[in-house]
Design a protein around this ligand. Structure first.
Ligand code: ATP
Ligand code: MG
Length: 558
């Protein structure tokens, strides 16, 4: 195994996998059950990919089960569009869940019964305090909370009012059901947390059946228990909720006792990941939608042309940790380039065209040259590319007054056309305004394929396409979406958005063979970067997203 291969297959080990292994070898569990539990209130981002690869990955590695479960306890914010996109994203990342998609709402009846169970055990009560009063009574980190005056209600009265809540006899905010734990606990989550509240918005799945809904805390662990989850993996902000998670499992007749483990959220430099902020970008129209290729949403990355495999590779390299820390965006970019370097088909395209007329090339002739499709593929496929009297080259590859180290085209200078011939620039044609419109060159027919029989060398190689054969295309170049490596650190993150994050080039010329490629083939436009066909492509005008630039060193190669 060479170095490259070994770094592609990192050994997967982390504190969660170690725990899973020891629970299996001690016989504590025969089969491991995990779940990925998104709240359907937005599209998934690359942080979620870490959680997906962790939960589904572990289940795969140890022959276990991983559920996809929507945490749909908050009807006001949930939408079908999000549910569909989440399912699509999980599948695209290469995973499939056990059985049918699960929903916390599948268990609403059970949760209601368990709430009654707590009331009957004297472990829950209906509170008439307002939300503000509840907050005030809760105390602070340094100050104990106070008991609500309604804390001592009788079991009968509590049951009666809880049923009245369910039957729609109150309005939102009038009453809540709280667990009766400890108002002086050092852990604020244990100061009689709200477990049921009145919400009158219809629910996407249960419609108007309910007007009382369990809170996340009351639903999550119990759903884990119902599903037989063994390792309930969540992010660090839930560590303080763990005692509550365990309190419910102790107090209720649940069928299993799952364990919660916390890991640090993935954070990436130059990137914003929280759903709340992504929602803002979309609703305030700073981007074109959830799948805008500038976003680190799974659908944005997919649309941009980032392969699922590169995302899996990235999260594997990052691994899960118990400590918060930021990962460099450069690591993600490295994984993308690594993958595309192996898999992308090489083609020629000119993004900012400048016409070159080859004066000594016959008028109506087309010469077909051979080009390599992908030097890294074992197939070693070649294709034919047409060369004719007029070609497009990149504007940047010509300079009228070049500095010393400019090895591309300039007056009187010779350059190699990739896969074709050497050409020498003889003349410049300018319009009345003095703008360059065309170059006149001559070619050396002896240099077909790129070498001179007399052994003379040229330093520069540039790309080109034949004018007569080229197709038009639009190309979208994505620059950094934020101007700051830590968007939002010192001000509203919206103010850190780079106003020139999208550059649209509408007059690009691509080699004809591109129309024959499958839509989902990753492409390298030689010398320009990796590209991917966008959904906006029409039959006559393909649109390409630049997934990522090439390594910066490419231009230095002869
Ligand atoms: P956000 O903070 O972006 O709003 P969330 O935690 O509210 O995310 P959920 O839909 O509740 O989003 O998350 C589903 C799962 O993904 C949870 O287990 C959550 O802990 C995990 N997750 C969310 N963000 C990240 C992240 N940045 N890194 C790793 N896991 C994450
Ligand atoms: Mg959440």
């Amino acid at each position: 195994m060479n170095e490259d291969e070994s770094s592609d297959v990192p050994t997967q080990s982390d504190f969660i996998r170690e725990r899973v292994q020891s629970d299996l070898s001690s016989g504590k569990y025969k089969q491991i059950v995990t779940r990925f539990p998104p709240e359907p209130n937005g599209y998934l981002h690359i942080g979620h990919a870490l959680s997906i690869c962790l939960n589904f990955g572990i289940a795969e590695e140890v022959n276990g089960i991983c559920n996809l479960r929507f945490d749909d306890t908050n009807p006001a914010k949930e939408e079908l569009e999000f549910i569909n996109s989440i399912e699509e994203d999980v599948r695209w990342l290469g995973f499939d869940w056990h059985g049918q998609t699960k929903y916390a709402s599948d268990n609403f009846h059970q949760f209601f019964e368990w709430a009654e169970h707590l009331i009957k055990k004297g472990l829950a009560y209906v509170d008439d305090l307002t939300a503000d009063e509840i907050r005030e009574y809760r105390g602070t980190l340094t100050e104990a909370g106070r008991d609500s005056p309604y804390r001592t209600r009788s079991i009968e009265e509590n049951l009666q009012i809880f049923h009245d809540m369910r039957d729609g006899k109150f309005s939102e905010g009038d009453r809540v059901l709280r667990a009766k734990i400890d108002m002086s606990s050092g852990n604020i989550n244990l100061r009689d947390p709200v477990i049921y509240r009145i919400l009158t918005a219809g629910h996407p799945r249960t419609g108007n059946t309910w007007c009382v809904y369990p809170t996340y805390d009351f639903a999550h662990g119990q759903t884990d228990a119902i599903e037989g989850v063994t390792h309930s993996l969540c992010t660090l902000e839930f560590a303080d909720h763990r005692p509550l998670y365990e309190w419910f499992l102790e107090a209720l007749p649940v069928p299993a006792k799952p364990k919660q483990y916390e890991f640090a959220k993935l954070q990436i430099s130059h990137t914003v990941l929280s759903k709340r902020n992504l929602t803002r970008l979309v609703t305030e129209k700073h981007v074109r939608g959830w799948d805008d290729p500038r976003l680190a949403t799974i659908s944005g990355l997919r649309r941009r042309g980032v392969p699922a495999e590169a995302i899996r590779d990235f999260v594997t390299r990052v691994s899960v940790s118990k400590n918060e820390g930021e990962v460099e965006l450069a690591l993600l970019e490295h994984c993308i380039r690594d993958n595309l370097n192996y898999n992308a088909e090489r083609r020629l395209a000119v993004l900012r065209p400048l016409k070159v007329v080859i004066e000594n090339f016959p008028e109506d002739k087309t010469e077909w040259l051979e080009a390599v499709n992908n030097p890294n593929s074992s197939k070693q496929e070649l294709r034919k590319i047409p060369f004719s009297k007029e070609i497009w080259i990149e504007k940047d590859d010509f300079m009228e007054e070049p500095p010393n180290k400019f090895f591309r085209l300039a007056p009187g200078k010779e350059v190699r056309l990739r896969y074709a011939f050497f050409i020498t620039c003889n003349d410049l044609i300018k319009d009345k305004g003095g703008n360059l419109v065309e170059l006149r060159c001559s070619y050396d027919p002896e240099t077909r394929g790129g070498n001179a029989p007399d052994g003379r060398k040229v330093k520069g190689t540039i790309h080109w396409v034949s004018v007569q054969h080229a197709k038009d295309a639009e190309v979208r170049i994505y620059n950094s979406f934020y101007n700051s490596p830590t968007p939002g650190r010192d001000r509203d993150f919206i103010d850190d958005i780079n106003p020139s994050s999208l550059e649209v080039l509408t007059n690009c010329k691509i080699e004809p063979d591109l129309v024959t490629l499958n839509e989902t083939t990753p492409i390298q436009f030689e010398r320009l970067g990796y590209f991917y066909k966008d959904l906006d492509s029409g039959p006559d005008l393909p649109v390409y997203n630049r997934t990522i630039s090439l390594r910066d060193t490419w231009n230095k190669k002869p």
